[in-house]
Design a protein around this ligand. Structure first.
Ligand SMILES: CC(C)(COP(=O)(O)OP(=O)(O)OC[C@H]1O[C@@H](n2cnc3c(N)ncnc32)[C@H](O[C@H]2O[C@H](COP(=O)(O)OP(=O)(O)OP(=O)(O)O)[C@@H](O)[C@H]2O)[C@@H]1O)[C@@H](O)C(=O)NCCC(=O)NCCS
Ligand SMILES: Nc1ncnc2[nH]cnc12
Length: 291
C-alpha cells in the first residue's frame, strides 16, 4: 500500500499535489529531444509555442490543481458534486492558462488528465498506487458534468471523423496509455540502467506507439497517426533512446513528424500524467520532500 505523508513538510497535501503536477508538466516540457514537440531544442511543429510559454503555463495552473485537490478533500468521495466542482475549476484553469499564453492552448489536455489524477490522489491519501489513483480518476471522468460546454473541439471533430477515442475516453478507461504503456516502459528502461532522461523518452515513445492522439489526427490525419505510431515503435525496437540505433531512429521520426506538422501533444500530456503518478506512488520520496 502506498500512502501520502501529510506531515512531510509545511505544505498542505493539496499544495504538495499541485507542486507535483506542475513539476510533472515542467519535466515533460524540458525533456529533449522529443519528436515534433516543444523541448529544450526548440518549438517542434509549433509556431505559437516555446519552452518559456510551456513553463509559464504550467506555473499558472498551480492554483487550479491545488483547488482540485482541496475540492476532493472537501467532498471526500467520488460523486457528481465533486465532478462538477472539478469541471468548474478546470474551466477556470483553462482561462488562467489562456490569459498567461495570450490565447494559445498549451495544456488543455493536461488540465483534464492531471486534474483528475490530483483529485483522485487527494481522495484517498492512503491508497496512492498508480492503478488505484487512475481507477478513482476514471470514476470521476465517467460522471457527466451538466455545466460542461460541448464545443466542437479539435478532439471532438477528429473523434467524429475517424471514430477514435480521445482524451475524455482515455480518462474514462482509467488511463490505459499511462498504466499499460507509459509507466511500465519508464520502469523497464530505468531497470535496464538507461538513465532517467532516456527512460522518460522511452515512456513517451511507448505512449506514442499506441495512442490515438487527436492532436496528430487533427493536424496530419491518419497518415500522421500511422507515422507517429510506427516511428515510435521503431525507436523502441532498435533499442530505445539509450542506444545509438534507437537515437538515429528518433532523429528520423522527429524529421518525419515535423514534415507532416504532426505534434503528439496528447502523448506529451500522458507522459506528464505518467511522471505524476510515478511520483505520487513513490511514498518515500514524498515523505522526504525530495521530488
Ligand atoms: C474532455 C476534455 C479533454 C476535452 O476533450 P476534447 O477531445 O473535446 O478536446 P480538445 O480541445 O481536443 O482537447 C483534448 C486534448 O487532450 C490531448 N489529447 C489528444 N489526444 C489524446 C488522447 N488520445 N488521450 C489523452 N489526451 C489526448 C490533447 O492535448 C494536447 O494538445 C493540445 C493542443 O491541441 P490543439 O489545440 O488541438 O492544438 P493545435 O493543433 O496546436 O491547435 P492549433 O495551433 O492548430 O490551433 C495541447 O494543449 C496538449 O495539451 C488534446 O488537445 C476536457 O478538456 C474538458 O472537458 N474540459 C472542460 C473542463 C473540465 O471538465 N475539466 C475537468 C477538470 S479535471
Ligand atoms: N512539449 C509539448 N509540445 C507541444 N505541445 C504540448 N502539449 C503538451 N506538452 C507539449
Amino acid at each position: 500500500m502506498h500512502a501520502l505523508n501529510l506531515q512531510s513538510n509545511s505544505l498542505s497535501l493539496a499544495e504538495r499535489l499541485a507542486d507535483l503536477a506542475v513539476d510533472a508538466l515542467i519535466d515533460e516540457a524540458d525533456l529533449s529531444p522529443k519528436p515534433a514537440l516543444v523541448d529544450r531544442r526548440g518549438n517542434g511543429a509549433h509556431t505559437d509555442l516555446h519552452l518559456g510559454l510551456m513553463h509559464a503555463s504550467a506555473l499558472a495552473l498551480w492554483p487550479a490543481f491545488k483547488e482540485m485537490a482541496e475540492a476532493a478533500l472537501a467532498f471526500g468521495a467520488v460523486g457528481l458534486p465533486l465532478r462538477e466542482a472539478l469541471g468548474r475549476i478546470g474551466r477556470e484553469g483553462e482561462q488562467a492558462m489562456l490569459a498567461t499564453t495570450a490565447g494559445v492552448n498549451t495544456h488543455r489536455g493536461a488540465i483534464w488528465a492531471l486534474g483528475l489524477l490530483v483529485a483522485a490522489a487527494a481522495l484517498e491519501p492512503q491508497a496512492t498506487g498508480a492503478g488505484s489513483v487512475a481507477l478513482r480518476a476514471a470514476r470521476l471522468a465517467l460522471l457527466e458534468d451538466r455545466y460542461a460546454p460541448r464545443p466542437l473541439s479539435h478532439g471532438a471533430q477528429v473523434a467524429l471523423r475517424y471514430g477514435v477515442r480521445g482524451a475524455r475516453e482515455e480518462a474514462q478507461q482509467g488511463f490505459p496509455a499511462v498504466l499499460q504503456w507509459g509507466l511500465p516502459q519508464l520502469k523497464r528502461s530505468r531497470a535496464q540502467g538507461h538513465g532517467e532522461q532516456n527512460a522518460r523518452l522511452d515512456a513517451l515513445l511507448a505512449i506514442m506507439s499506441r495512442l490515438a492522439d487527436t492532436c496528430v489526427l487533427y493536424r496530419a490525419g491518419e497518415q500522421g497517426l500511422q507515422a507517429m505510431q510506427q516511428g515510435a515503435q521503431a525507436v523502441l525496437d532498435a533499442g530505445g533512446s539509450a542506444s545509438l540505433a534507437g537515437r538515429r531512429r528518433l532523429h528520423e521520426l522527429d524529421l518525419q513528424l515535423l514534415t507532416l506538422n504532426a505534434s503528439p501533444g496528447g502523448a506529451a500530456d500522458l507522459l506528464a500524467a505518467s511522471l505524476l503518478l510515478d511520483r505520487i506512488e513513490s511514498a518515500d520520496a514524498f515523505i522526504q520532500g525530495a521530488l
